[in-house]
Design a protein around this ligand. Sequence first.
Ligand code: SF4
Ligand code: SF4
Length: 335
Amino acid sequence: MQYRILGKTGLKVSVIGFGGIPIQRVDADQAVEIVNRALDLGINFFDTARAYTDSEFKLGKALRARRQEAFIATKSMARTKEEMAADIRTSLDTLGVDYIDLYQLHNVKEKETLERVLAPGGALEALEEAREKGLIKHIGITGHIKDVLKVAMQTGRVETVQLPFNAVETDGVEEILDLAEANNIGTIIMKPLAGGALTNAGVALKFILSHPVTTVIPGMDSAEQVVANAAVGDSDFVLNGEEKSLLEEEVARLGSTFCRRCEYCQPCPEGINIPAVFLFEGYYDRYNLADWAKDRYRNLPVKADACVQCGACEEKCPYNLPIREMLARAGAKLA
Ligand code: SF4
Ligand code: SF4
């Protein structure tokens, strides 16, 4: 496994980190096994969030036994000082540790929200106080909107930035990486497989690591995935001709109007599981699994046709997807 320095935090992190969303799907014992496997293979950076249901608990259960081998990053959507201070305490308790290596402002999407967290009484103040007390070691920010991240990076108050980057989502990334380099800010790459749309994980991860990023955090919920992803951390990060063509084919096939399954559009007031509908549509279109996809769709308690066109989901989607139109198309196909 290769390691890079996470900007001004000085932490020497594995180039392949561990994304903590999918671990929600397995039980706690399996999670411990998977995390231990990752540690054994040299993965030392683990990212979770208050918002990922029991992910903090499961990661903490495994990591607190090997605390010196791991850097733990978590994050909170809290926007005020009071709420953030409470969330830091909850994270420490849930993880079962006495300090957290990196605490991030989670998904700051709008300039107004950023102003709110930066202002006196905002969430950043709680993070800075917690850092002074040693409860957290470093502060970062995560988000999808590059212009907002850039403003945050220029304040000098965040040490890391976490953003999506993959072969189909490259807009504005170069600028962020340049700014990060100029300000010695660590870069953590989420959504490396574009929410599962990119199917060749090895090539997708290699593509990202051929850029000057610090670490990439694919989500993992099996030992097989851990082994395969960790192996990429040992490679030279140079795509050969065949790998380049493979990636180009996938990019051409996907276009840009597709769901990355970030779940920011949820909850739909009518109860539609929007990313699930698009996931099943992907199985229908891309994997030759039409019957299986239709079957899964049939089992959804609320179908796409329950949409009342309120538009709330589209306001929240960081990719500005025409969700209503896409749902109608997917629903017709899967019905
Ligand atoms: S537009 Fe439809 S899918 Fe979107 S939040 Fe409203 S009801 Fe739900
Ligand atoms: S529709 Fe948009 S917000 Fe919802 S999961 Fe997909 S990409 Fe994310």
